[in-house]
Design a protein around this ligand. Sequence first.
Ligand SMILES: [Zn+2]
Length: 225
Amino acid sequence: MGQLDHLLDNNKAWADGIKSQDPQFFDRLSNQQAPEYLWIGCADSRVPANQIVDLMPGELFVHRNVANVVVHTDFNCLSVLQFAVDVLKVKHVLVVGHYGCGGVKAALNNEGFGVISNWLRHVQDVRDKHQGILDGLATDQDRVDRLCELNVVEQVGHVCQNNIVQEAWRRGQALTVHGFVYDVADGILRDMGLSISSEADHEAVKQNSIDELVLRPVRAGRHKN
Ligand SMILES: [Zn+2]
């Protein structure tokens, strides 16, 4: 008996279940993938990409890291982005943050340790950039959640600034970058109202203040109880 036999048993039951509904499902998938969406999200176990949006294997291309950060020199993330945009020709890139993010909380309160401190420095840059907004909030919980939102806004900007996306727009490829935030407390994914489909959109978004960019009802009164 292997220690992880229960996972293998789960997998067998899952695959059998899909084949009973659609006998050709895995044959089709083995020949090609044609996802329309790239999901850039947090590695948090409570935020499983496919399950949250109820998509099957083959429908969502996924990159996850701690605190859903898009760093201009991260060749892991950039390789995923390039393959998704240039080869798979996804139509949408979703940057998905989540409330209660441990990485964001650690960044906010300087609680990182070891190598992760270096990674979270990127989120601390977001914190420092918007310190005035965060200082105006009443509780640490509110500041964490607001920084989760601000972090999504910043990372959406990083995706839009990237030459992979910029070149796709220049050649007329249909590609929209979105900012979403997920709440682990109610299972609901919220559209932050950031949908950028061109360099003109990107420029227009940059003209707005950060308060206009972050969907106010998402955070308003969330932790009053
Ligand atoms: Zn997280």
